[in-house]
Write a protein that binds this ligand. Structure first.
Ligand SMILES: NC(=O)c1ccc[n+]([C@@H]2O[C@H](COP(=O)([O-])OP(=O)(O)OC[C@H]3O[C@@H](n4cnc5c(N)ncnc54)[C@H](OP(=O)(O)O)[C@@H]3O)[C@@H](O)[C@H]2O)c1
Length: 301
């Protein structure tokens, strides 16, 4: 299996690259400047030139707050760009896996969101990702849209790395306690994506494998609970630790509003694809081991 991954330096793209061999796959990573989703001309040519059995679009404009100031750019990359990739996948006759987000929902429901629940993004980023979902579905039937949430990994920028960095400097950190979601290790997500990819390639006619699916770590936590677990594990591993002071989202205003409930119901994925990610607590430990080791070797602790 040879997959083309768009989003070369991103967390999910790097996780897909790291896990490729384990899944007897080859991952070809593409990104800026060679392939820019904001510049549709030439995208299909570049994808054809690389050639593969399946395309994963893991590239996105992910600066949630900044998107409020430049919604057109977010829309161009996450909406129009995703549609162009889907059109290219259709023309090439290969399936597309498109990454999407919990931010398509308003977070008001008091249960985990299912794939067919009503969407209502609270901000420009969520709106642009929703546009991407619509554009992908319009361009190709042979797609899987994977909505995920709260991604962390040893790569790039994410909440776990931010918390560890802050704990090097502070004894106490204020963290939002009234938003809940499912922390998702990008490496688990990559394993799940390879599983989905294999199913799509092995069963090209099976409609139940296609469409929108939710894929996150199992279980839920607030950001404050997530941070508390990060520091407990880090402490045990000899890494930096801090006390968590629970905050309300209202005490921590940001340009973009975020859903209070980001929980995604992943039962459809398990029923159709036979894939379920591990509990978020179980998946946090291996990532923290790597990060604490990295901090130690870089001399911070
Ligand atoms: N992170 C989360 O918590 C989260 C939650 C839910 C859903 N998602 C979705 O999951 C996917 C992967 O997220 P991630 O955390 O891996 O993202 P990430 O670490 O922020 O990486 C995004 C990647 O997209 C690339 N990119 C941005 N604009 C581009 C453009 N115009 N053309 C080509 N590439 C471009 C970036 O390239 P540069 O290196 O050139 O900037 C970067 O490599 C995205 O679809 C995101 O919307 C993420």
């Amino acid at each position: 299996m040879r997959i083309i991954v768009i989003g070369k330096e991103g967390q999910v793209a790097r996780a897909l690259a790291e896990r490729a061999r384990m899944h007897e796959a080859e991952a070809v990573l593409l990104g800026r400047p060679k392939l820019d989703l904001a510049d549709p001309s030439g995208i299909e040519d570049i994808l054809r030139e690389k050639g593969g059995d399946l395309i994963v679009n893991a590239a996105a404009y992910t600066a949630v707050d900044q998107a409020e100031a430049e919604p057109e750019l977010a829309e161009a990359i996450n909406g129009i760009g995703a549609g162009v990739v889907a059109g290219a996948a259709a023309a090439m006759g290969v399936p597309l896996v498109q990454l999407s987000t919990d931010y398509v929902f308003n977070g008001i429901l008091d249960r985990p969101y299912r794939e067919d629940d009503a969407v209502e993004p609270l901000g420009a980023y969520g709106a642009s990702k929703l546009l991407g979902e619509t554009a992908v579905a319009a361009e190709t039937e042979d797609h899987v849209i994977l909505r995920t949430a709260w991604i962390y990994s040893p790569f790039g920028r994410n909440f776990v790395k931010t918390m560890l960095g802050l704990a090097v400097e502070r004894d106490e950190i204020g963290v939002v306690a009234d938003q809940v979601g499912s922390p998702t290790n990008a490496l688990d997500l990559a394993d799940g994506i390879y599983g989905v990819a294999r199913n799509l390639l092995e069963r090209p006619e099976e409609k139940s494998l296609r469409g929108i699916f939710h894929m996150t770590g199992a279980g839920f936590a607030s950001w404050a609970e997530f941070a508390t677990e990060i520091f407990a594990l880090s402490d045990r591993l000899g890494g930096p630790t801090a006390r968590v002071r629970p905050l309300s989202a209202a005490d921590y205003p940001t340009p973009a509003r975020r859903p209070a409930n980001s929980r995604l119901d992943c039962t459809k994925l398990e029923a159709a694809h036979g894939i379920r990610l591990s509990s978020w607590q179980a998946s946090l430990e291996p990532c923290l081991k790597r990060l604490v080791m990295e901090l130690r070797t870089s001399g911070n602790r």
